[in-house]
Design a protein around this ligand. Sequence first.
Ligand code: ATP
Ligand code: MG
Length: 397
Amino acid sequence: MYDHILIRYGEISLKGKNQRRFIKKMIKDLKFKVKREYGERVETDYEKGRIFIRLNGEKPEKYYPILENMFGIVSFSPVIKTGTDFEEITETVLKEMQELPEDIRTFKVTSKRSDKSYPMQSPQISRTLGGRILDAFPNLAVDLHHPDQDIFVEVRGDYSYVYTRNIKGPGGMPVNSAGKGLLLLSGGIDSPVAGYLAARKGIDVSAIHFYSYPYTSERAKEKVLTLAQKLSDYKGNFVIHLVPFTEIQEEIAKNCESSYWITIMRRFMFRISERIAAEQECIALITGESVGQVASQTLSSMATINQVISIPVLRPLVTMDKDEIVSIAHRIGTFETSIEPYDDCCTAFLPKEPKTNPQIFIAEDNEEYLDVEGLIDRAVEKTEIVRITKEQSEELF
Ligand code: ATP
Ligand code: MG
């Protein structure tokens, strides 16, 4: 019977002085999530390099969905805590072996001792324990390379633990531990994935979305809110800024060469995002751009678009191929929503031949015909802020 879950975290342990703060944050997040999910208090223990959940008779599986999605967790295992006496360890292992599926034919014991004064060394623990298992289960054989079943034993100071499973967590850093960033969230496949990856690194993501009502529908906006809500499953509540983009797009379409529409539209998106980022104390923008995916994502497009702002832009997907991005979208549960067929604001003003190699000076020339500052001011002024919470999104302003 498992009595604890052992949680391993990775990158946090690299963070020197910040380590304590990160660990506290992770334990707090864990307690919060269990409380939210089950209305219960969970007891935890912390010990150098490890966090434990005390199961107190509960089934470990109950906590898996939370742990599998908690940023900062590299892996976790349901464990049985036992004494350090070798006979006691053996007895625990043999009991655990009885619980395992019947079709197991081969096994491997891996041992670790952090208590160097323990009378047996790790290989000796593994070997002796392996022998005892073979005695008790004559149908089994040892396979050190591709065992059907791993058995792990760790001997610590006053106790040991035994486990048979290592379940992967998402890795990364504890939620909201790494500064604030503003995600340019469209209704597409890419930007929600970019937001997830940024949040997984601990970035406190808020979002901005440009819509072009009536060229884009109310449903398109709903779709973005649904995607935002999905992100809040991972990173907690945040705000999304909904920016009306119609006037800007109409002005661009009226006054600029069509091959530069997309470039100029995106220059406006970046300028407005930089402005809102400053208001929200976000110190970076985050986009779902990936090199070469569409005309506006060639290196020279990115450079021409980027030129209008000075805030750093993080592009977590920049070198990924579409299939890699899609597989993450499936895993995090945004894919199905992303492929709903509601138009994004860019598709409403899609030129026949967008420039794949736009020049900064031509973009600037085109913008001479626009009241750039006035357009930005009006869009920012009419921006609504919606708070995204796990349960619902409610209008703030
Ligand atoms: P996505 O799948 O994220 O929509 P995409 O492949 O459609 O990306 P683009 O349309 O070139 O590519 O957009 C590139 C990035 O610009 C998006 O990933 C997103 O970060 C941002 N973006 C595009 N449209 C919008 C929008 N309407 N509101 C906010 N951000 C947007
Ligand atoms: Mg898109």
